[in-house]
Write a protein that binds this ligand. Structure first.
Ligand SMILES: Cc1cc2nc3c(=O)[nH]c(=O)nc-3n(C[C@H](O)[C@H](O)[C@H](O)COP(=O)(O)O)c2cc1C
Length: 149
């Protein structure tokens, strides 16, 4: 079984819209053989990471960084999973009001530390509109399609 793990912090209805668009894209009818596991960042564990073949990380921007929830996820999985996940594909999305750059950079640095391969450009959203939902759908579809190989 090929698994795409979606680890997200989704604190509000607008961010929920983005998550649902990502998940819809990952479940596009053109995708076959990829199981999508969506897990809130505060509940995601080392086994979730080890048992997945690729990753999508979603977060709000908070104080110029990723959310405390997603940071907690990385704090509790990073060293245990180091060396076990290198080469696997990943993508990320960040939602904020006006400045998402620090959050996106922080997630990318950790993904680089893990040796993950960026499979899509990081998506930074400041307005939850159709364009943002479409971009999230494409992000989910791109990661799932990458795992179809
Ligand atoms: C404590 C706090 C810090 C925040 N810091 C940032 C920030 O640094 N950059 C940014 O773009 N948005 C920031 N935001 C906005 C959140 O990213 C935004 O509220 C979150 O993505 C949920 O979106 P919503 O408020 O539209 O539902 C912050 C929000 C809070 C509550």
């Amino acid at each position: 079984m090929t698994v795409l793990l979606v680890v997200h912090h989704t604190p509000s209805p607008p961010t929920r819209e983005l998550l649902e668009a990502v998940l819809a894209g990952a479940a596009d009818p053109g995708i076959e053989g990829v199981t999508v596991r969506s897990v809130p960042a505060l509940g995601a564990t080392v086994p979730d990471v080890l048992e997945a073949d690729g990753y999508l990380f979603g977060t709000s921007a908070n104080f110029g960084y990723m959310s405390g929830a997603l940071k907690h996820f990385f704090d509790t999985t990073y060293y245990t999973c180091l060396d076990a996940v290198a080469g696997r594909p990943y993508g990320l999305w960040v939602h904020g009001n006006n400045d998402t750059a620090g959050a996106a950079t922080a997630v990318q640095k950790i993904a680089t530390g893990w040796g993950l391969e960026k499979a899509a450009a990081g998506l930074e959203v400041t307005a939850v509109d159709k364009a943002a939902r479409d971009a999230c759908y494409e992000l989910g579809g791109t990661l799932a399609a990458t795992l179809m190989g």
